[in-house]
Design a binder for this molecule. Structure first.
Ligand code: C5P
Length: 225
C-alpha cells in the first residue's frame, strides 16, 4: 500500500519557529514517530513525504537515524494541506491504485490502525479513521450566538489515515480546483463529489499534534510505548 504523509505545514498554531514536525516529543521528532509507525505497519510498502524543500535536509538526517527499510520519496508541499495532498497524488507511481493519506502531525497513530485502513480500502472507494465525539457540539454564528446543536449520535471526529481509490481522488481534487472548494481533509472532496466514504474505528490517542498542550499529551502517551 502506498502512503502519503502531508508534512508541509508551518507550525504557526504551535507557536514554533519551524515545522512542528521537527519538534521533539519523548526523545524523537514528531515526524520520526510517524515514520516509525509507517515502517512498522506491514501493509505499507512505499512512503511519500510531502514537505517544503527547505525541510528536506532535516528530514533526511532524521531518516538516516531511523534506518527505514521502505522506499521513501520526497514531494514538494503546497501552500495548503489540500494543495500538498494533490501534489502527492500527482507524484504517486503509476502502479498505485489505492493510497492512504496520513498527516505527519498524527504521530500517535499505531501501525495496527494503518494496517486496518490499508486492508479496508481494498473493499471501498474511500474511508477515514474516525471516533465518536464525546462533547456536545454547537454550531455558532459570527456573533458568538449558538445556532444549533447537531445530534451527537451522528457526529464523528475525523482522523487520518484516510484511504482512497487513487483515480477517484485525483478526479475529486481536480474538481475541487475547478470549483474553488477549500477543504481540510480529502474525504470532504469525495463527499462533495457524491462518492461514499466509510468510517473505520480510529483511536482515542490518535490526536493531531497542533498546540503546545498537544505536545505535552503526546509526550505522556509516548512515554508508555
Ligand atoms: O496544520 P495542520 O496540523 O492541520 O495540518 C495537517 C497536516 O497537513 C500536517 O501534518 C501538516 O504538516 C500538513 N500540511 C501540509 N501542507 C500544508 C499545510 C499542512 O502538508 N501547506
Amino acid at each position: 500500500m502506498y502512503l502519503l504523509i502531508p508534512a508541509a505545514g508551518s507550525g504557526k498554531r504551535m507557536g514554533a519557529d519551524r515545522n512542528k514536525l521537527l519538534l521533539q516529543v519523548s526523545s524523537k521528532t514528531l515526524i520520526a514517530w510517524t515514520l516509525l509507525a509507517a515502517e512498522a505497519a506491514s501493509a505499507i510498502s512505499w512512503i511519500g513525504i510531502i514537505s517544503q524543500p527547505h525541510d528536506w535536509d532535516d528530514f533526511k538526517e532524521i531518516m538516516a537515524d531511523l534506518k527505514l527499510s521502505k522506499p521513501v520519496e520526497f514531494i514538494p508541499g503546497g501552500s495548503t494541506r489540500q494543495e500538498s495532498v494533490y501534489n502527492g497524488l500527482l507524484a504517486l507511481p503509476e502502479a498505485a491504485e489505492q493510497v492512504l493519506i496520513h498527516d505527519g502531525a498524527r504521530c500517535l497513530a499505531t501501525p495496527d490502525l494503518l494496517n486496518a485502513c490499508a486492508a479496508a480500502i481494498r473493499h471501498c472507494p474511500g474511508l477515514i479513521a474516525a471516533i465518536p465525539v464525546k462533547d456536545t457540539i454547537k454550531v455558532v454564528d459570527e456573533n458568538g450566538i449558538i445556532e444549533s446543536t447537531p445530534n451527537r449520535e451522528q457526529l464523528w471526529a475525523a482522523q487520518t489515515p484516510q484511504g482512497f481509490d487513487v483515480k477517484l481522488l485525483k478526479e475529486c481534487h481536480a474538481e475541487g480546483v475547478r470549483q474553488g472548494w477549500e477543504v481540510t481533509d480529502d474525504a470532504a472532496l469525495f463527499e462533495r463529489c457524491g462518492i461514499e466514504v466509510r468510517i473505520v474505528p480510529g483511536e482515542e490517542t490518535n490526536l493531531k499534534v497542533t498546540t503546545p498542550q498537544d505536545l505535552a499529551i503526546a509526550e505522556f502517551i509516548l512515554s508508555d510505548r
